[in-house]
Design a protein around this ligand. Structure first.
Ligand SMILES: [Zn+2]
Ligand SMILES: [Zn+2]
Length: 149
């Protein structure tokens, strides 16, 4: 985790961004909450105790910077607020299942994605540098609710 933070900070530096304590704190939270896909508001909630000076607008601004640098992936989840996830090349390929009813995001690490990427790479001579695979639908909880209507 320390390594991920160090690499992200190096990337910021490379692009001439100052590494403020706020940026560092937000990065840290994103790395800690890796796999939880927090919204900007949730990140704000988790940093505001230790950094009361940090406003929600700053969180949004910082997320935009990190997104531009490919350090963060933004997941649009339909009607709910977007969710964010730290992205690094060493995070294994996974796809996201987004529930259109409760906006829950689930991560699926599926060997087929790896195989699909190999297939695309060899058949189309295409080198994949990033991926964003989202399936929209209903999660099992919402499906159950639907059944009992
Ligand atoms: Zn994810
Ligand atoms: Zn759901």
């Amino acid at each position: 985790m320390e390594k991920m933070l160090a690499r992200a900070k190096a990337r910021l530096k490379e692009e001439d961004y100052r590494i403020t304590r706020q940026r560092e704190e937000i990065l840290q939270k994103l790395i800690e909450q890796s796999g939880c896909h927090p919204t900007a508001e949730e990140i704000y909630e988790s940093v505001k105790n230790s950094h009361p000076e940090l406003g929600l607008a700053t969180v949004y601004r910082t997320l935009r910077v990190l997104e531009d640098l490919d350090l963060v992936e933004r997941l649009s989840v339909g009607k709910g607020p977007a969710k964010y996830e730290f992205s690094a090349s060493n995070i294994p390929p996974h796809l996201h299942l987004v529930c259109v009813s409760c906006t829950k995001v689930q991560e699926v690490q599926c060997p087929h994605i790896v195989r699909m990427e190999e297939f695309v790479g060899s058949s189309w001579k295409f080198e994949i540098s990033e991926r964003s695979v989202i399936f929209f639908g209903l999660c099992d909880k919402c499906l159950q609710g639907k059944g009992s209507d």
